[in-house]
Design a protein around this ligand. Structure first.
Ligand SMILES: NC(=O)c1ccc[n+]([C@@H]2O[C@H](COP(=O)([O-])OP(=O)(O)OC[C@H]3O[C@@H](n4cnc5c(N)ncnc54)[C@H](OP(=O)(O)O)[C@@H]3O)[C@@H](O)[C@H]2O)c1
Length: 285
């Protein structure tokens, strides 16, 4: 069960103007939370905000604009948030994407790594003191289901030597979400802040709609009608963010309200520490 009442709680959701992020904001707004949406487009963000206010009747839904592939914009976002709010009870790191062609972010970092892992790492780090001051508080990282042998290639994490594969880059960065969750959960023990990651299931959204090879586009058209609605996926995220029975539960990888098993590498503390160090150096923290 979600918490029936989130009134007085402040939640921030990234990737909030579409797909799972928008459905998550709507669900949290219906529970009475004050929700800050993060979108890279003011226009798309405002349109989604209007929809959510209309559908929830909750006017405490605000928008902050930032392109989360840019570290300068993440830093500005964190400052903007601090100017407006003094507490953060729930941080949902939802933003993510799959990129079929290798590209570099504004900071010169491979885009999947920049957006899918370093954005949640940097934003969480910059807001962690506010989250800790709001304890009991929760951080939820949205990941996916991966094969047991999926592993981050630490010797070439940005695909500088390997042939680039959008699917591999996506999988390795979603695995990074798990390593980050486990390491952060250990670091936050005893603080009253929990951090869990969630597989939202497979659902209909704009995900992967750009740059897919023709065969994947055809496959997408065929399977789309059988996919779940984003609202169904949001139930899993909001469960992790609010369920009373998860109070104090941290360092879990959750599916449909049940713990899942991560790929082996996710549990390797040396790999977690290596990713942490690398993330610190790539974000200049
Ligand atoms: N769809 C699935 O079946 C599935 C399955 C497992 C896991 N997931 C995970 O679920 C999460 C959400 O995916 P989704 O399917 O809801 O995707 P989506 O429909 O593509 O929505 C992604 C959201 O992120 C925003 N975004 C993208 N790039 C951004 C950037 N550089 N800066 C700021 N915002 C940005 C998008 O904004 P714009 O509108 O501006 O693009 C949009 O609001 C991801 O982490 C994904 O890995 C999805």
């Amino acid at each position: 069960m979600d918490s029936g009442d989130m009134r007085g709680k402040v939640c921030l959701v990234t990737g909030a103007n579409a797909g799972l992020g928008k459905a998550t904001v709507l669900r949290l707004a219906k529970l009475g939370a004050s929700v800050i949406m993060v979108s890279r487009s003011r226009e798309r963000g405002e349109a989604a905000r209007r929809d959510i206010i209309g559908a929830s009747g909750n006017t405490e839904v605000d928008l902050l604009v930032a392109d989360l592939s840019s570290q300068a914009q993440i830093r500005r976002l964190a400052e903007d948030f601090r100017t407006l709010h003094s507490r953060l009870d729930v941080l949902v790191n939802n933003v993510g994407g799959v990129f079929m062609t290798r590209s570099l972010s504004a900071d010169g970092i491979e885009t999947s790594l920049a957006l899918n892992h370093l954005a949640p790492f940097l934003l969480t780090s910059l807001l962690l003191d506010v989250v800790q001051a709001s304890a009991p508080a929760r951080i939820v990282n949205v990941t996916t289901r991966l094969g047991a042998n999926t592993a981050i290639d630490f010797d070439d994490i940005q695909f500088e030597q390997r042939a680039y594969s959008g699917f591999s880059a996506y999988s390795e960065t979603k695995l990074a979400n798990m390593l980050f969750t486990y390491e952060l959960a250990r670091r936050l023990q005893g603080t009253g802040v929990t951090v869990n990651c969630v597989h939202p299931g497979v659902f209909r959204s704009n995900f992967g709609s750009e740059g897919m090879p023709p065969v994947m586009r055809i496959l997408n058209v065929v399977v789309r009608p059988f996919m779940a609605e984003a609202a169904r996926a949001a139930e899993r995220v909001v469960y992790a963010a609010t369920a009373p029975e998860l109070a104090g539960v941290s360092g879990q990888y959750l599916g449909n309200r049940q713990p899942l098993t991560s790929p082996k590498q996710a549990y390797d503390e040396a790999a977690q520490a290596r990713l942490w160090q690398l993330s610190v150096s790539l974000t200049g923290l």
